[in-house]
Design a protein around this ligand. Structure first.
Ligand code: GLN
Length: 465
């Protein structure tokens, strides 16, 4: 059995070192909380023997836990403490893990860089002049900096895979319904899933296995055989068909991203996999579809922050409507306000059919593209995770569309509900590049198996050109 107390002390030292470098991966953490949890695990035979006994896990600050505030990176929830704990957090505690603290994220998980975090962005440990990606950038940075070996993030449209790619770590977005959303602060409920980060494929998959499964508190969870622990690394991928969707490799793709994905595909072939060109023709509509569906759901979900039920209240107002306005005006940042405006617009009478209903139809076509390819015998798809490596602070901040386009390869899986993961596949001028494996519904086991074999056969820190 691991020495849980020693693990807690070591983790505290590593987190302190990470934060002393200015990474700002964490919005809240404490050595005392880590040590107290270690005592609790040491006193519990069940937790002590759990699958994650002594593992220290960082948690994105949109996931409720009982130890630290849950702020969602927003002024409107500054200092807010959840009266309950997310199912995913409860499960990792029951498995013997310790919660290290809460990580920096874009406000309400809206963003791709952590620059929209109201309490300051996290920095990319590989190059502090660059963003760690987002919205789960703090979790990715915490793993990349070596502060923790595992972390929880959340995905609505790529917020685990994109920062995993930018920071050179592994990120998994499970099938919709694989992990309970109970205690995950809602953004786009038909898209949201808790995802996992790991230093390697196996650690991210172990964390996912521990938190997944049916939960009576979330009626959308899958009532299936729970995900098992990942197996040993497969020596061969013979019999595995990997589809390469041409829409993800456009003319003019970033040369480093192109070189890294080509090299990874060669390795997959060397491992015995069959590489097959495929087409997902509705891919070009994914970003516009996502940026209608997600803000629509967000505008509804964020109506609850009204100064009455949670967090901040502007007390200076003369009547209740003025209080709502003042509270929301002060509490929400620019990107959240933009999403609420967009979402309210596409749901409003007269525009609903033109935008929201149309987007729902296109979403179905995107889902059908994936279903067709998997039904034709493809086991997984391989693509770049992002069109470029990590960008610099400020580069995309003034242009929301440019920021949104960094989700072009990741938001499809959320729209289609399928699982996907990102793993490091090489570096370009020192910057990590991520490769993405997308699976069929409930195909986490398959993409994890392929990713483990690829990871094993590839030096992900090598320059690719
Ligand atoms: N970057 C996307 C957005 O801003 C995705 C966010 C997410 O997955 N939570 O909406």
């Amino acid at each position: 059995m691991t020495d849980v107390r020693a693990a807690a002390r070591d983790a505290a030292a590593r987190i302190a070192a990470c934060e002393a470098k200015g990474t700002h991966a964490f919005l809240a953490w404490s050595e005392a909380a880590l040590l107290a949890q270690a005592e609790a695990v040491a006193a519990s035979p069940a937790a002590g023997a759990g699958a994650l006994s002594g593992e220290v896990v960082a948690v994105k600050d949109v996931i409720a836990d009982a130890t630290f505030p849950t702020t969602c990176g927003s002024r409107i929830l500054e200092g807010w403490r959840s009266p309950f704990e997310a199912t995913a957090v409860r499960r990792l505690r029951e498995a013997g893990a310790l919660v290290a603290g809460k990580t920096a994220c874009d406000e309400f998980a809206m963003g791709s860089s952590t620059e929209w975090c109201a309490f300051g962005p996290a920095r990319n440990p590989v190059d502090p002049s660059r963003v760690p990606g987002g919205s789960s950038g703090g979790s990715a940075a915490a793993v990349a900096a070596g502060a923790v070996t595992m972390a929880l993030g959340s995905e609505t449209g790529g917020s685990v895979r994109q920062p995993a790619a930018f920071c050179g770590v592994v990120g998994i977005k499970p099938t919709y319904g694989r992990v309970s959303r109970y205690g995950l602060v809602a953004f786009g409920s038909s898209l949201d899933q808790i995802g996992t980060f790991g230093r390697d494929v196996t650690s991210a998959a172990r964390l996912l296995a521990a938190i997944s499964g049916r939960d009576d508190r979330d009626g959308t969870t899958l009532d299936r055989i729970p995900l098992g622990e990942p197996g040993p690394v497969a020596a061969s991928l013979a019999g595995t068909v990997i589809g390469v969707p041409r829409e993800y490799f456009p003319e003019g793709l970033h040369a480093g991203v192109h070189a890294a994905t080509r090299r990874a595909l060669e390795r997959l072939k060397d491992l015995g996999a069959e590489i097959r060109g495929v087409s997902l023709p509705h891919t070009k509509y994914a970003v516009p579809t996502y940026y209608i569906v997600a803000p629509a759901e967000a505008s509804s979900n964020l109506a609850r922050y009204d100064g009455v039920r949670y967090g901040l209240r502007d007390g200076g107002a003369s009547d209740v409507r003025a209080m709502y306005r003042a509270t929301r005006g002060r509490g929400f940042g620019a990107e959240v306000r933009r999403r609420i405006l967009l979402g309210t617009y596409v749901l409003s009478a007269g525009y609903y059919d033109a935008y929201y209903r149309k987007a729902q139809r296109v979403r179905e076509l995107i889902r059908a593209d994936f279903a067709r390819v998997f039904a034709a015998g493809v086991h997984a798809l391989f693509t770049p995770t992002t069109p470029t490596p990590a960008f610099k602070f400020g580069e995309n901040l003034a242009d929301p569309i440019a920021m949104y386009l960094s989700d072009v390869y990741v938001c499809t899986a959320n729209l289609a509900w399928v699982p996907a993961l990102s793993l490091p596949i090489g570096r370009d001028q020192g910057l990590p590049i991520g490769g993405q494996l997308i699976g069929a519904m409930e195909g986490e086991g398959t993409i994890v198996r392929i990713a483990q074999a690829l990871e094993h056969s590839l030096d992900a820190t090598a320059e690719v050109r």
